[in-house]
Structures are given as structure tokens and as C-alpha cells.
Ligand binder design. Sequence first.
Ligand SMILES: [Cu+2]
Length: 166
Amino acid sequence: MHIHKYEKWWLTFGAAMLIAFLVIVGVSAFHGGTHPNNSKWTINYEKVDEIAPFDNPGVHKVEGKDWDYEVVLVASAFSYNPMEIEIPVGSKVRFIATTKDVIHGFEVAGTNINFMLEPGYVSEKITTVDKVGEYVIVCNEYCGTGHAMMYSTLKVVDADDNSNSH
Ligand SMILES: [Cu+2]
């Protein structure tokens, strides 16, 4: 069978692209840890405030678990509760988050902490905060007129500083 020269180039190019994309997806999934939410944990989004742990949003130090802190977070148009998250550097953190109304995003700018909050579902992410700094948390899913004002802050602080109030 005769295949035209240009046709061959395009076939090669197409096949190479496919392989390149599969490699990128594979590396980011298995090496970079990028996964979609498993969406196994569901919740009645109209009663989020009454359902544990969302009846008590905030940063909680925990004992006897694989992580040091749990950050329970509730998003709603157009804010996050808690407004500010402060965690000592080097801590392993489990984020547990959901939304009370529409889809929101939770992106800690400059890190790989980035997930969607969907009504009726709980999103989780376990990660270690290993760099001191003040990170802006932004909503990256357009959620309405106040979307651009929807942000919060993650403060990763020196462990020694932790008990001081300044
Ligand atoms: Cu938004």
C-alpha cells in the first residue's frame, strides 16, 4: 500500500502527540498526584451547617491520625469559612471541604492544592505544607457576581512562632 509522504508525516505527528499526552497525563497522575475527586463522600448541601464536621469549620489539631491538622472548610457565595487558615510549617494537613450552594473552587495559589467544591459532595486533600509563607486562596470556578472577591488566606508559619499572638 502506498501512503503519501505528507500523510506519513501527519500520521507520525498524530501518534507522537497521543503518546506525549498520555505521558503527560500519566506523569501528573502517578508522579504528581493529580487525581479527580473520588466523590464517594456525599452530603446534603442544604444542611451542611448541621452535619459534622462542617458544623465546626476551622483548623483543628488532631492526634493519633496520619495527619497533624484537619482543616474543615465551608464555601458559599462568596466567601470561605474559615476566612484564614494558619498552620505550622512541615505539618501534614487534611483538607475537608464542601459548598453550601453552587460549585466553587479552592486553589492555594503557587501550590498543588487545588480542588473543586461541588454541592452535595465532600472534597478531601491530604498534603504537607513545607514552605513558610502567606498564600492566597482563590475561587477558580466562576460562581456569580461576587466571584472575583472570593478569596481566603493560608498562612504557613514557623512552628516556634505558633503560640505567639502577634
Ligand atoms: Cu467563584
